[in-house]
Design a protein around this ligand. Structure first.
Ligand code: DC
Length: 225
């Protein structure tokens, strides 16, 4: 059996509205990397639980709903989108009810375990589609999902600036409250893992953040302009 071709794993973690998604998307547009937004996974599961009337306090109902979920992946351009029962959820995953509930579902070990396996499986999806690596963004990618990632970044920004960014996107979202819940949970809390490259984006624009991250990626994918 021949050795697998080299594959670059890039992890980007950070709080709500810290610029992770825009940065990861820009990287995937520039390099042959598959973009995986794990916040969208937690949001999709939350929207599905709300649709079924399942509350995060009802452990058995959450576990039985999880057991029946058929998760898949659709690759669209350079983005991997999670499917539930063959469908990619739409804008409902950005609704205010989902913003308010997602941290409560994301704190449940059963939900995290289900997504851990799914998220690790994205490496095979990326390889099967001919990508040279993947850029995965979330809260625990460099600490739990891929602690051995080739590159791990942690983005943070002042909470006032982050609330301004969300409001500018027309979103109703309590970023500071979500961060408080995401950072204080027992399982896989939001944290800057030791050894990650920490970037404060409060006074940087998107291009400046992308330039910083892209320089590190380019050094490891030397054959890509
Ligand atoms: O990135 P986002 O704001 O769309 O994420 C929505 C929520 O999902 C976030 O408040 C916490 C949860 N999340 C998580 O717990 N772990 C991840 N790796 C990604 C998101």
């Amino acid at each position: 059996m021949g050795a697998s071709p080299p594959f670059l794993l890039v992890a980007i973690d950070g709080g709500a509205a810290s610029g992770k998604s825009s940065t990861a998307r820009a990287l995937a547009a520039r390099f042959p990397l598959l973009h995986v937004d794990t916040g969208a996974h937690y949001r999709a599961i939350t929207a599905e639980m709300l649709r079924r009337g399942v509350t995060p306090g009802d452990g058995p109902a959450v576990e039985s709903a999880l057991a029946g979920l058929r998760l898949g992946t659709r690759v669209s351009g350079s983005a991997a989108q999670m499917e539930i029962a063959g469908k990619v959820p739409g804008d409902e995953i950005r609704a205010p009810e989902v913003n308010a509930a997602v941290s409560h579902f994301a704190a449940l070990p059963a939900v995290r375990t289900a997504l851990l396996h799914y998220q690790r499986s994205q490496v095979e999806v990326a390889r099967a589609h001919g990508f040279k690596g993947l850029v995965m963004e979330g809260r625990d990618i460099g600490s739990v999902i891929f602690p051995g990632a080739d590159l791990r970044f942690f983005l943070h920004a002042d909470p006032v600036e982050r609330a301004r960014r969300r409001a500018q996107e027309g979103q109703q979202d309590s970023v500071a409250e979500r961060d408080r819940l995401d950072s204080s949970r027992k399982t896989a809390p939001l944290t800057c893992p030791p050894g990650a490259i920490d970037i404060d984006s409060t006074h940087l624009n998107l291009d400046q953040v992308v330039a910083r991250v892209a320089a590190e990626v380019a050094a490891r994918l030397p054959h890509v302009p």
